[in-house]
Design a protein. Structure first.
Length: 115
């Protein structure tokens, strides 16, 4: 005789739906951060560096846009954020792609084994 797992199934479904919503919110935030990084390419940029010696000080210069090294860093950071966004959205786009724990939970709560 099989136990009624309807409450457990409902809890598992709610957990999965909540995780999907959190991943979607995080993916949106990552895209916004990537846009912010790319927008910095067109803004004035201030470089700081320390000068040592007997009286150390910090010097700075403001340029109309970032120098090539800083541009590379900004673009690289933005692309990493976009990559993470793509990975998060791909998790939910793949239909039926459940983790082993999700498969086990589905089977335990009355679903079919293996999806």
């Amino acid at each position: 005789m099989r136990l009624d797992g309807s409450r457990t199934q409902a809890a598992a479904d709610a957990r999965r739906a909540g995780a999907r919503e959190r991943r979607a919110a995080l993916a949106d935030e990552l895209l916004e951060l990537a846009r912010d990084e790319l927008a910095r390419l067109r803004r004035p940029h201030t470089e700081h560096w320390g000068v040592g010696g007997s009286s150390p000080s910090v010097l700075s210069v403001t340029m109309p846009e970032p120098p090539p090294r800083a541009r590379r860093d900004l673009i690289s950071g933005a692309m990493q954020l976009v990559d993470r966004h793509a990975k998060l959205t791909a998790m939910d786009a793949a239909s039926g792609d459940l983790s082993e724990v999700d498969r086990w939970l589905e089977w335990i709560t009355g679903g079919e084994p293996g999806g």
